[in-house]
Write a protein that binds this ligand. Structure first.
Ligand SMILES: Cc1cc2nc3c(=O)[nH]c(=O)nc-3n(C[C@H](O)[C@H](O)[C@H](O)COP(=O)(O)O)c2cc1C
Length: 172
């Protein structure tokens, strides 16, 4: 009799400095959506692509995401009192990579500002306008928790991030 399917082709290890690639691959087994987080920093509009987003609490309404300390955008986001998290739709792959490469990419896109003067993008699948609730240390990242002041959504399919690649959902 065959063993459980989960035993086929598995590898297990203890995370250590010399196997970071494998740990990254295991993290990558978790499929996420893709977001663009925006804020107004001391030098103007800043954006970052982030897949570390998740919803946290209904009461009060809280969400979180994790900026990397290594990012040149880290301080702008950990200092920000207000920020917006945009969930990207399936057709917004190029925006995800453009913002990942260039924190000022928003300047090339149609932008508005919300009630708290945060730059916001139009036509995303959903948006959360947030006020900073907490910022926690988390190793080489921080966890930024936002209180949702306003939420917005439209119909459509999400962009997906899985195993290091952006892709689309395949509906049957
Ligand atoms: C799909 C995707 C998801 C990402 N998720 C995160 C994230 O959750 N947190 C983060 O700090 N950077 C994330 N990044 C990287 C940033 O978008 C950006 O490329 C990085 O901060 C560049 O740093 P720099 O400003 O120092 O060049 C992601 C990039 C991509 C393409």
């Amino acid at each position: 009799m065959n063993g459980p399917a989960s035993a086929i082709g598995t590898s297990s290890f203890v995370p250590a400095p010399d196997n970071g690639r494998m740990l990254r691959d295991v993290f990558g087994r978790f499929a996420t959506g893709v977001t663009v987080v925006t804020t107004r920093g001391p030098d103007g509009c800043v954006a970052i692509t982030a897949n570390s987003f998740s919803s946290v609490s209904m009461d009060p309404p809280l969400v979180q995401w994790a900026p990397a300390r290594s990012s040149s955008r880290f301080a702008a986001f950990t200092d920000a009192l207000h920020f917006s998290i945009h969930i990207l739709g399936a057709e917004q792959e190029s925006l995800a990579y453009e913002v990942a490469r260039d924190q000022r990419a928003l300047l090339r896109h149609a932008m508005e500002v919300n009630d708290n003067d945060v730059p916001i993008l139009q036509n995303c699948l959903a948006r959360f306008d947030c006020a900073r609730h907490a910022v926690h240390d988390a190793g080489d990242h921080a966890i930024v928790v936002g209180e949702v002041l306003r939420a917005q959504m439209r119909e459509g399919l999400p962009l997906i991030f899985f195993q290091g690649k952006v892709s689309r959902l395949h509906s049957n």
